[in-house]
Ligand binder design. Structure first.
Ligand code: FAD
Ligand code: MLT
Ligand code: ZN
Length: 449
């Protein structure tokens, strides 16, 4: 550290223990979850509060040094790891949790608080947080806001944007906005909270959030459903939604199930293989769910969780996909939305790609996670898939963000006018291009936003 004056200056702000330059200590910050993205950081700095975040950003801005904000480093689009010598600013120490406001059904959380910590805290007051995803033990609510994370319960509670009532953030010049009041109606001027949610660390660094909470259902019924094909599962979705307490409908296929079973050692869920599987969960007791399943024409088989251990087993068949795939190799990960009528056909087409496909995802939203192992030319196969999605009128990013991974293909889902407008916003808020350059748009020569 002694030979980098920037490290020394930052140590004066956050303390020497929270400025890391030793590669052995920075390694876990500089490579992403998939092991596909990452690069050297000039240093890793770990501020402890909003004021320290602002001071760090001011010092880096004065030196013209770009900053990559990072939360739990579970992001899957290459946006939260350094590329070439940026300062990696970790928000993990900002993990404070304010009191649960039972009347407003809100709580204030530091950006570095994990999803699990927020869920546990909300549940102490009989409430819950509506967004849930399998990376809950590591993903932070700041990172989830930055990517506008979706997860498993979007069909009932929406994405992060619908569950964030306000936030505080540090802007590129080190100034800070504080909109944590959480007022139910507050329509004075532009929605800066809504703008920063989903901005992937390119417009501001979120330091705290005012989160909306939801009532915790007295009971839930979880079931794993087996269908002859994904087309049959899609055709059954309306019937599954006829019980309006449906909270979750996650699909996966025999190929992914086999990999998950190999990775986890779990037994087969049914006595024979089927064409497609859907994990469902209802905020309701079992009888109405059993009645609904009894009338489901295309259903081949079903297993209903008898207790929480069973629920965990059934959920693991779906939730262990990401880990099982990463254990089998370094995947090209695409996270697309495809219009539901096209979903089954799209999934079938993926099987003819020059790679081994594992597809699964969030059924009700038509959000398919296309994970490709062994792709000899990741760029070419990405292009093929994303052009196919563009032609179908889908989105090249359903919930993971554009990151650095999908920058060249943004124009498949956004018009030139939209991209120009987004660039204008970026230039206005980050005129020197210091916040997460290379994410969402190609990095510009330093000093230009
Ligand atoms: P990071 O990975 O640290 O960062 C992600 C992005 O946000 C980067 O661009 C980073 O620069 C920026 N960022 C981070 N913190 C801040 C901040 N405080 N202020 C400004 N910018 C910031 N995602 C889903 O949407 N749905 C899923 O169902 C889902 N399931 C997953 C399952 C597994 C097993 C794994 C490993 C990942 C999954 N993800 C899912 C992806 C990931 O969990 C989300 O993208 C999550 O939002 C990332 O949070 P994080 O704190 O890890 O952010
Ligand atoms: C998930 O839903 O589990 C992740 O978003 C998907 C992925 O790992 O590709
Ligand atoms: Zn997902």
């Amino acid at each position: 550290m002694q030979n980098d004056p920037l490290a020394a200056r930052l140590a004066e702000v956050v303390g020497a223990a929270h400025v890391l330059t030793d590669p052995a200590l920075t390694a876990s910050y500089t490579t992403d979850f998939t092991r596909r993205f990452g690069g050297p950081a000039r240093l890793v700095v770990r501020p402890g509060d909003t004021g320290q975040v602002a001071s760090v950003v001011r010092i880096c801005a004065a030196e013209g040094v770009p900053v990559v904000p990072q939360g739990g480093n579970t992001g899957l689009a290459g946006g939260g790891v350094p590329r070439s010598g940026e300062v990696l600013l970790s928000l993990r120490r900002l993990d404070g949790l304010g009191p649960v406001d039972g009347t407003a059904r809100q709580l204030t959380a530091g950006a570095g608080a994990t999803l699990t910590a927020v869920q546990r805290h909300a549940r102490t007051a009989g409430l819950d947080f509506g967004v849930d995803l399998a990376a809950r033990d590591s993903a932070t609510v700041g990172g989830m806001a930055a990517t506008n994370a979706g997860g498993e319960r979007v069909l009932r509670y929406g994405t992060m944007r619908a569950n964030v009532a306000g936030l505080s953030a540090v802007l590129a010049d080190g100034s800070a906005i504080d909109r944590l009041s959480g007022l139910p109606k507050d329509n004075a001027g532009y929605d800066l909270t809504g703008l920063l949610v989903g901005s992937e660390g390119t417009l501001g660094i979120v330091t705290a959030l005012r989160l909306r909470l939801v009532p915790r259902p007295p009971e839930r019924t979880t079931a794993l459903l087996a269908f002859g094909s994904l087309a049959d599962a899609v055709a059954s979705l309306d019937a599954l939604r006829s019980l309006d307490s449906l909270e979750l409908a996650e699909f996966f296929l025999p190929t992914g199930l086999a990999l998950v079973r190999e990775h986890t050692g779990l037994p087969a869920p049914f006595t024979e293989p089927h064409g497609a599987y859907v994990l469902v969960e209802y905020a309701a007791p079992a009888p109405p769910v059993l009645d609904l399943l009894a009338d489901l024409e295309r259903l081949r088989d079903a297993v209903v969780a008898a207790d929480s251990a069973d629920r965990h087993r059934l959920a693991t068949y779906r939730e262990a996909h990401t880990e099982a795939i990463s254990a089998a190799g370094v995947p090209v990960k695409l996270d697309v939305t495809v219009p539901l009528p096209d979903l089954a056909g799209f999934v079938t087409e993926m099987e003819s790609l020059p790679a081994t496909p594992y597809l699964f995802g969030h059924l009700a939203e038509g959000n398919a996670h296309v994970n490709l192992l062994g792709a000899a030319d990741p760029e070419a196969v990405t292009e093929t898939v994303l052009r196919r999605v563009g032609r179908a009128g889908g989105s090249i990013s359903a919930e993971h963000g554009i990151g650095t991974a999908k920058v060249p293909w943004l124009d498949l889902t956004r018009s030139p006018t939209e991209i120009a407008a987004m660039r204008a916003v970026k230039r206005a808020l980050d005129p020197y291009g210091l916040l997460n350059p290379g994410v969402l748009f190609p990095a510009r020569p330093s000093g230009q936003g």
